[in-house]
Design a protein around this ligand. Sequence first.
Ligand SMILES: Cc1cc2nc3c(=O)[nH]c(=O)nc-3n(C[C@H](O)[C@H](O)[C@H](O)COP(=O)(O)OP(=O)(O)OC[C@H]3O[C@@H](n4cnc5c(N)ncnc54)[C@H](O)[C@@H]3O)c2cc1C
Ligand code: FES
Length: 256
Amino acid sequence: MHRHFKAKVVDNNFAAEAFKLITLSPVSEALVPLPGQFYMLESGRSTDPLLKRPFSVFRFNEGSLQFLYRIRGRGTTSIAGFNKGDLINVVGPLGKAYPEPDGRFMAVTGGVGIASLYSLLERNRGNSVLFYGARNAAELLYREEAEKLSAKAFFTTDDGSAGEQGLVTDKLSEFIKNEGKSMPVYACGPHPMLRKVAAIAKQNNLKCYVSLEEHMACGIGACLGCVVKAKSSVGDYGYKRVCKEGPVFDADEVLW
Ligand SMILES: Cc1cc2nc3c(=O)[nH]c(=O)nc-3n(C[C@H](O)[C@H](O)[C@H](O)COP(=O)(O)OP(=O)(O)OC[C@H]3O[C@@H](n4cnc5c(N)ncnc54)[C@H](O)[C@@H]3O)c2cc1C
Ligand code: FES
């Protein structure tokens, strides 16, 4: 089975303003992904934009793959224009998955980071304590579904339009102080949030896994376009490739 395949667009609908959910059906047999892995999706019908764009697998089953994405620039605008029935080129699954949790765990996400963690919650139904932050209520995508998959869920928004007003990391700290002293932490979201989550986990001696995002060109480890500074290195460089050694890293490996 190949990681390069064609997939048919089943639908590509708005999940909220500036966010879409695309459902793809591979036309040939495709490998089954694990939570945390990602795919490179063709981002244009011509050579512009030339490069595919990376997206975490949001949900999947035997016949379909779903990606939840924010429309940001040229690539995602172009992907947002795909219609039902279009055939697109896809590469994946790629990268390292989240280590399988051994019992209860904390999942921390900001914004569209839920796309990476959702299938982990689904696979470990009832075992997660979820901390989910967004700018406002509309951007708490799949809030109800994620809450149902979790043993407990805490929501925060910047403007207080849903959940508590404030930072998701404050909620995490508060919970760890009271109840979460022995659970590992899994996180995906904006870099400053991940840095804070990693620091909180370290202070509390908790294992922490983070899924990082970087600009990617090849997605398969060849161009070194996606490297991050890491404590233990590949070769002599002190860097790791997000597409190959990641996107999921032990937070202790990353030089924040
Ligand atoms: C492993 C991985 C998984 C991802 N999963 C998802 C996902 O599930 N859903 C989702 O919405 N997005 C995800 N992303 C981010 C997504 O790939 C980018 O938003 C997308 O490539 C932007 O392409 P564009 O051409 O629309 O934007 P561009 O025109 O390239 O850029 C628009 C703006 O977005 C910023 N940007 C672009 N790419 C990234 C990036 N990788 N990280 C941070 N900022 C970036 C640019 O600096 C610029 O400000 C993921 C990224 C990685 C590396
Ligand atoms: S994107 Fe080319 S090495 Fe990671």
